[in-house]
Design a protein around this ligand. Structure first.
Ligand SMILES: [Cu+2]
Length: 105
C-alpha cells in the first residue's frame, strides 16, 4: 500500500516558510527631540523597522527613491520592511537636520 502524507500541501508550504519568517526581526526607532535614535541601525533584509514619533510635531523617514513614510503624526508610528542590502542615508523632509542611516545586510 502506498504511503501518503497526512498534511495537505498548504500546511507543508507554511512549515517551509516558517524558519525564514521566524528570523525576521523588528527594530524600533524613536523620533524624539528632533532626532532619530539610534541614528544608525543595522538590520537584515526582510526585517521590519518601526519609527515611533514621540515629538509634538510630525516627522518623516525619507530615503529618496527608496522609502518615504510621509508625515508621521505625533504619537504615531510607521513601519517598513528593510529594502535590499545597502546603506541608506535618510532624513525627515520637514527637518533636514534630522538625519539617520539604515544599513541593510
Ligand atoms: Cu521632522
Amino acid at each position: 500500500m502506498k504511503r501518503r502524507s497526512l498534511l495537505p500541501p498548504a500546511v507543508l508550504l507554511l512549515a517551509a516558510a516558517l524558519p525564514f519568517a521566524a528570523r525576521a526581526e523588528t527594530h524600533t526607532l524613536t523620533m524624539e527631540g528632533m532626532k532619530i535614535l539610534p541614528a544608525t541601525v543595522t538590520v537584515k533584509r526582510g526585517d521590519r523597522i518601526v519609527w515611533n514619533n514621540k515629538d509634538v510635531v510630525p516627522h518623516t523617514a525619507t530615503a529618496q527613491g527608496v522609502f518615504d513614510s510621509g508625515a508621521i503624526a505625533p504619537g504615531k508610528s510607521w513601519s517598513h520592511a528593510a529594502p535590499k542590502p545597502g546603506t541608506y542615508d535618510y532624513v525627515c523632509t520637514f527637518h533636514p537636520g534630522m538625519k539617520a542611516t539604515l544599513v541593510v545586510q
